[in-house]
Design a protein around this ligand. Structure first.
Ligand code: NAD
Ligand code: ZN
Length: 369
């Protein structure tokens, strides 16, 4: 078992990672460990329930439809009503058993039910293991935009079992890999190189990993949690360093919005955003041609497309205009200045403020190259 300590100033907790740890017995143990023998609910989605129902029989389970559409206010209300029907008390426990959608929805439900009860994350997608399960941001979407209603509500603990990735769709694996590459490129050169050295192609059929490789894979997941944990613990409310985690996301969000969240998964859009930023870093002399090539090669091996589909520059501009509508615009764009992450070298980035039109010019230049 590997443990990452998330040192949130007012609510420290652990992420425990172990291959093969999850099963029905583990779930029972989890519930009794938190003194919640009948005072708990497990929130999951229909697809995960279909695959892992053996672990969940005879339990207080709330099942929502799979997919982003469940991360909405009406589903939140529905979940809260079901929690009430299970007569959950203020000492009750919510177990979020699923991907980022379930973590965000169940965590948010836990944050408002009876003014806040405890919750535990059991992430089941790679993206939720390496990204959304650490940091305590929970939310639902509004019609006006993604994650517009939410809270900071840290879990009691997070339990990760990489074996769960065996049933995950390959595209969803790439989706999570994009966030891992992001951590390496923007924050940690050693991590980037560890990813490079790993036979990453094999994680798409994780059962083919040798036991030594499976251990290294667990370690890469652990290290991703650790890098994120270090950053969020120093900036719980996302006003400073935590913004470095948004590397590639300003453009990524614009791409997602441009195709109305239909064509691409989040990580796929972020990979394209990252690649554009890396090319800017190269043209400004921050990274060499060799480093750029290595980043491109790793993205390829992760099954991530780097380049945007060919589009006219006008279409590209209208895509970029979406940046002005980014939900984080309150701190990203202020009085015509944009805060964005600048790559200063492999594994090293800083926040910089530059005029909006200058950012647009840089992006256009990089796109045209
Ligand atoms: N809170 C945060 O800090 C944070 C960070 C990043 C992303 N997010 C949020 O996370 C969400 C995306 O999360 P996601 O990519 O995990 O999507 P998801 O939860 O929708 O899961 C993707 C799909 O995989 C299925 N699935 C999950 N685990 C499985 C398994 N082990 N085997 C087979 N199928 C499985 C799900 O049913 C779903 O169809 C977005 O809403 C995003 O906003 C939150
Ligand atoms: Zn992301």
């Amino acid at each position: 078992m590997q443990i990452v300590k998330v040192k949130m100033p007012h609510h420290p907790y652990e992420v425990q990672i172990a291959s093969g740890q999850l099963n029905g017995t583990f779930m029972t143990g989890l519930i009794s460990r938190y003194n919640s023998v009948s005072d708990y609910v497990i929130i999951t989605d229909a697809q995960i329930f279909g695959l892992y129902s053996d672990w969940l029989t005879d339990r207080n389970v709330i099942i929502v439809a799979s997919g982003e559409s469940s991360k909405c206010f009406s589903m939140l209300e529905n979940v809260l009503e079901q929690m009430a029907s299970y007569q959950l008390t203020r000492n009750g426990l919510v177990i979020a058993f699923g991907g980022g959608v379930i973590g965000d929805l169940a965590g948010f439900a836990a944050s408002v039910y009876k003014r806040g009860i405890r919750w535990i994350g059991v992430p089941t997608t790679l993206l939720s293991m390496v990204d959304s399960s650490v940091g305590g941001k929970v939310a639902v979407n509004l019609r006006a935009g993604k994650n517009l209603a939410g809270a900071f509500h840290q879990p009691e603990a997070v339990f990760i079992d990489p074996v769960m990735l065996d049933t995950l769709d390959k595209r969803e694996v790439s989706n999570g890999l994009a966030e891992m590459v992001k951590l390496g490129v923007a924050l940690d050169k050693d991590y980037f190189e560890a990813l490079e050295r790993f036979p990453i192609e094999k994680v798409f059929s994780a059962h083919e990993l040798t036991s030594h490789e499976a251990e290294r894979w667990s370690d890469l997941i652990r290290r991703a949690c650790e890098i994120k944990a270090e950053i969020v613990a120093s900036d719980e409310r996302d006003t400073g360093r935590r913004m470095l985690l948004n590397f590639g996301h300003t453009i990524g969000h614009a791409i997602e919005r441009y195709d109305s969240y239909r064509e691409r998964l989040h990580g796929e859009a972020v990979a394209m955003g990252m690649w554009l930023k890396c090319r800017i870093a190269h043209s400004e002399g921050f990274i060499s041609a060799d480093v750029l090539l290595r980043i491109g090669c790793l993205l390829d091996r992760c099954g991530l497309k780097r380049t945007l589909p060919p589009m006219e520059i006008d279409a590209f501009r209208s895509l970029l205009e979406g940046i002005g509508h980014d939900k984080k615009q309150d701190h990203q764009i202020h009085e015509g200045q944009v805060n964005w992450v600048v790559l200063r070298g492999l594994g090293s980035s800083t926040l910089a403020s530059l005029p909006y039109h200058e950012m647009m010019n840089k992006l256009e230049e990089a796109y045209k190259e």
